[in-house]
Design a protein around this ligand. Sequence first.
Ligand code: HEC
Ligand code: HEC
Ligand code: HEC
Ligand code: HEC
Ligand code: HEC
Length: 443
Amino acid sequence: MKHRLPLLLLVLGAAFLLASDAPKYSYEDFESPDDCGACHQQIQQEWAQSLMAHSFTHEWDAIEYFKLALPHALKEPKVAGVKEGCIGCHGPLAYLTGDIPPQPPEKGTRVNEGVSCEICHNITGSTEPVPFNFSYIIQPDEVKQGPRKDSESEYHQTAYSSFLVSPELCATCHDEQSPYGAWVKSTYREWKAGPYAEEGTRCQDCHMHRYPGTSALGGKERPDIAHHVFHGSHHENKLRGALDLALYLADDTIARKKELELTVQVFNGKAGHYIPSGSSEERMVWLEVSVTDAKGSQYPLAVSPKGFDGEEFTIADPEALAYQAMGEIMEVADFKGLPRDGDVPAGSRIFRKPFFDPQGRMTICQWYTANNTRVDYRVGPRETKIERFRWAVPEDVPVGEARVTARIYYSQVPSSVGRYMKLPPFEYKPLLVNENTLTFQVR
Ligand code: HEC
Ligand code: HEC
Ligand code: HEC
Ligand code: HEC
Ligand code: HEC
């Protein structure tokens, strides 16, 4: 019940201020997740386990903003908007209060609250018909936007919001267009074009599971409370098994000096969007295949090219350099670039969507992306990718049982970039998504 009247006045004042460029709100207009947690204890604990609670403090986010995006915004007029743009999604409280650039995480200001309760539950819509780029309309007030029509709280008012329960809520931050007009994040648009949208399976259905219980102290017993854990690729166990993997051999017995033919199928049966999705500029999913002979020697195999346009970006090449823009932004003399594919073994198939800067060089700077439509070789929702490999059986290979192993790995950031930017190793370590083995006889 506290401060209902003053807040209402504030909202009116704020609507007035919206016309100018002056900061719209102050930090005090938003309650902290701890305040909400006094009654919504479970939901607060779930949210604290989600990446959205760390959207400003998470190491790579802070490093990319303060070491790359912010300095770039200060010297390149075309990207000047990212100074506040990054914050519109990663630190909405600072964006809404005009605290730009915000203090770094170690200063402990309220920007650290990230995508907090007060953000999602005060959003009433978007200024865009198909939302993107933090185009949310927000009114921090007493009325919490919720999914139910029968909920009551003495502390705040509640209102049913069809926007809150729609994937368009997520689209306000999960889809992004660069200053050059490239769609650099398109999880919502991928979902919309895929089978799950048609079937009516929302983002919320896969990322906010249900449990029986109460959502608040004094709340009603309900069979289907929406959890707020929001796990994605940053949670290894959500990722593991997200892609299915099957192996096929043309023959189960092969003679020396002959060629073994192998087919691998990779299937996305769990995600409602591409894998990888989100920050596609820096994500790699790759398929590593090797043969192990009867004595334990290993032979890595290279994928057979299919011949599509831009395929060179989808086959690991330890010699290829990229990411030159990073050196320019940080003013590193004679920066030649970094290994494009990090430590991915040569010849592995990489499921990725490469981004190119205005000079045509591959980049992980999504705000500095002029084009990313050259090739998109990620695995779409319910799509199967079929890859072929060949092994020329060496003359001296021991006879007996050999095996072929295929593994799918995922990395958030190329290891070359991770090491160069001194990220904590967990940010770029390869995560095993799936693994399979078949045996055959060499005679
Ligand atoms: C004093 C206790 C209390 C506090 C503090 C509190 N709430 Fe609630 N809230 C409730 C109760 C009780 C309900 C009703 C639950 C039900 O109907 O099952 C509720 C319901 C909700 C709902 C669901 C509305 C709907 O339509 O289903 C939302 C969203 C919500 N609160 C958000 C918040 C946010 C955000 C904060 C912090 C700014 C907050 N609450 C703080 C007690 C509280
Ligand atoms: C990223 C956006 C987002 C954030 C952040 C968020 N919520 Fe929610 N919340 C939702 C959505 C969406 C739903 C409705 C899910 C559905 O039913 O479709 C929801 C549902 C709820 C409900 C009703 C649950 C039910 O099933 O009755 C409560 C209460 C609630 N949230 C409180 C909170 C609190 C407290 C926080 C912060 C600790 C928080 N939310 C953070 C998006 C968010
Ligand atoms: C106000 C902006 C905003 C809204 C609204 C929002 N998100 Fe997010 N979300 C983010 C940001 C920013 C991150 C990334 C945090 C980071 O990188 O540290 C994120 C991360 C995530 C992740 C974790 C991804 C991973 O790699 O592990 C999931 C899952 C997610 N959001 C789902 C949703 C869903 C579902 C909705 C709608 C119900 C939603 N988000 C609404 C901003 C938002
Ligand atoms: C059919 C279930 C399903 C639906 C629908 C779905 N997701 Fe996901 N999502 C997953 C799974 C499984 C993963 C883990 C695999 C991965 O990271 O790609 C995931 C991962 C993610 C990630 C991390 C992506 C990455 O590669 O880093 C984000 C962000 C995300 N989802 C947001 C959303 C949003 C926003 C929507 C709605 C527009 C949505 N999801 C709809 C199942 C789903
Ligand atoms: C339109 C909203 C939006 C804007 C603008 C935005 N981001 Fe993000 N960012 C997200 C979302 C959502 C994710 C999580 C998607 C995923 O899981 O890949 C994300 C992920 C990231 C990640 C990846 C984290 C990881 O662990 O791999 C980094 C780093 C990042 N953003 C930095 C930035 C910087 C720097 C800017 C400004 C140049 C920026 N973002 C602008 C929404 C946004």
